[in-house]
Design a protein. Sequence first.
Length: 224
Amino acid sequence: MPSAARQSPGIFITLEGGEGSGKTTQARRLCACLATHGFTVLRTREPGGTLLAERVRTILLDQHKETIAPETEALLILAARRQHVDHVIKPALAQGKTVVCDRFSDSTMAYQGYGRGLDLRILRTMNHWATGGLVPHLTLLFDVSVPVGLRRRRGQSSTQNRLDREAEQFHGKVRAGFQALAKKEHRRIITIDASSSIESVERTVEGLVTNWLNTHRFPKPHRR
């Protein structure tokens, strides 16, 4: 992996995928790898990342007697994202840190757009407003079949959330959404087969990120 000297003024990497794709595990491992090579890394997640955004996350993922409308779900996610971007992501990038985020804007398009059926154009416009136009430098999409992903998640009974209990058809739409996004933005989004072992996927991630860092140049920090 290249020297950390190339990271300034900040690199924004996001990890995306459906339920049970293993992206959270790979986010931890990628951060550890980058830190070993001298990068100053901030690992965060969505929804969440700030005290307020984490409270929104609880509302979104907990089971409720009251059904959450798709529009309400999207608005809550976008509100949490604005807090996250303003208070965590942008300041870290300005400090030259490498931010590794478990889910970001692509999840909104895949889950609320393709999954829930909300208007993609409207979602895209609102997300641009919520992020101030912030787009990841690199997105790793962890792809796994819906039955495998749900089997993994549902085998973890203590960590299941509201989305895990959605119908398989919904998760199929989400996966198709991610695949459509990856096809449209193939320069930013790299798809990874997440069906193999954790160690095998980890090696693939490290190789892909190393190659990507070696072939992309970021502006040098301004000297004062």
